[in-house]
Design a protein around this ligand. Structure first.
Ligand SMILES: C[S@@+](CC[C@H](N)C(=O)[O-])C[C@H]1O[C@@H](n2cnc3c(N)ncnc32)[C@H](O)[C@@H]1O
Ligand code: SF4
Ligand code: SF4
Length: 358
């Protein structure tokens, strides 16, 4: 192990030790209520990215109904609320005709904390860029291939490059004029190094905005659904060793799919994981009942045993299990406990987690 890595590991281990001797960790709250809610407005997409399992999705395309949206929201409020993400497992939220109307409804709900969305940006201007910025998002991640037409076509496999590029320009320009700018992140999925992406002439107009960038260096094979990646893109290495403890996703929150099925884990590796990760239906049980239900308990207990479902076994995105002692977990636990007691807790500042919410 290189010296730098060894020193970093030693520091981390001292820090972990320090947090473990302090009182105040509250592991029970993680199983008492979901911290976050993910709503999949639709599982239909207007792109077909080479790295995404979208084209192998075996679910019929569906649009969330008013009834499913309203029930999901009222159930989440009933357990105290928290942050909401409208990024679909696969698909693009902005395709849903009510996407912005529903975000405005979420924003008008006191128990809903920060609202996030990851989108491919194709439909950002459908109702006007200001309508998106005014809707009530705390953070918008725009995933795109970068700023070169040929690369966009190779990776996103559609002809909307110029529209997406111009939408991104317009979004940053309008956001810069706002008194309350929305947190924007450019999530770049390219088949060439980041430095080359940033040197592309079409990136130049964005430089003045100094955009926050999240660059994907590796890609999930999505439980084996993605067999090959084009040159320049590489898979995440497989998780080494058995998954002994429940993946963090199993304790983070619930995803209401477009057809009302409720599953744990909103990552694209869960695209076809009906048997494995669907733990209820929103019109048949409440989110609270589903969170406390037998199916979710059994799923948690199956980690570290031979009965772990094949989806999670094959998944290379396995999140480290919850370290109940970490400062982050303490913070989540304490906020969650306050929400459970009926307090409205609104967080401030930038969101720091890419897929989970804080
Ligand atoms: C599944 S997409 C859904 C939202 C929207 N369609 C988009 O692309 O932003 C959510 C995020 O997952 C990322 N993603 C999709 N497949 C992936 C993979 N195999 N590995 C890593 N990230 C992936 C996308 O780039 C995107 O940032
Ligand atoms: S990554 Fe997003 S935009 Fe690309 S195909 Fe998957 S769901 Fe659609
Ligand atoms: S192991 Fe993978 S599929 Fe299973 S819950 Fe974790 S991230 Fe999702």
């Amino acid at each position: 192990m290189p010296l730098k890595k060894t020193i970093r590991a030693a520091i981390q281990s001292c820090q972990d030790g320090f947090w473990k001797i302090l009182p105040g960790s509250d592991p029970a709250i993680f199983s008492e209520r979901p911290y976050e809610l993910h709503l999949e407005f639709t599982n239909l997409c207007n792109a077909d990215c080479v790295f995404c399992p979208y084209s192998q999705q075996n679910r019929p395309h569906a649009f969330m109904t008013d009834e499913i949206f309203a029930k999901s929201l009222s159930d989440f409020v009933a357990v105290g609320g928290g942050p909401v993400d409208i990024t679909p497992v696969v698909g693009d939220a902005l395709i849903h005709p009510k996407a912005l109307e529903w975000v405005r409804r979420l924003r008008a709900t006191p128990q809903v904390d920060r609202i996030a969305m990851t989108t491919n940006g194709i439909l950002l201007a459908r109702e006007g860029i200001d309508a998106v910025l005014d809707a009530g998002f705390s953070r918008i991640n725009i995933s795109t291939a970068g700023f070169e037409e040929a690369m966009y076509r190779r990776i996103y496999r559609n002809a909307m490059y110029r529209k997406v590029r111009d939408n991104i320009y317009a979004l940053y320009e309008a956001n810069a004029l706002r008194a309350d700018p929305v947190q924007l992140v450019l999530a770049i999925r390219a088949d060439k190094p980041l430095e080359q992406v940033l040197a592309d002439p079409d990136f130049a107009p964005l430089r003045t905005h100094n955009p926050a960038i999240s660059f994907n260096y590796t890609y999930a094979n999505s439980g084996g659904l993605i067999k090959d990646l084009p040159p320049g893109m590489v898979f995440e290495p497989p998780y080494p060793g058995p998954k002994r403890k429940p993946c963090f996703q199993i304790y983070a929150g619930l995803v209401v799919r477009s057809n009302g099925d409720v599953q744990v884990c909103g990552c694209e590796s869960a695209v076809n994981a009906d048997e494995a990760l669907v733990v209820g239906h929103i019109l048949e049980s409440s989110l609270a009942e589903i969170w406390q239900g037998e199916r979710l308990q059994a799923l948690r207990q199956s980690f570290g045993t031979p009965s772990l479902n094949s989806n999670c076994q094959a998944c290379d995105m396995y999140y480290a299990p919850v370290d109940f002692h970490s400062p982050k977990a303490r913070e989540r636990a304490s906020v969650s406990r306050r929400r459970q007691a009926g307090e409205i807790v609104r967080r401030r500042g930038a969101m720091t987690e890419e897929w989970l919410l804080d």
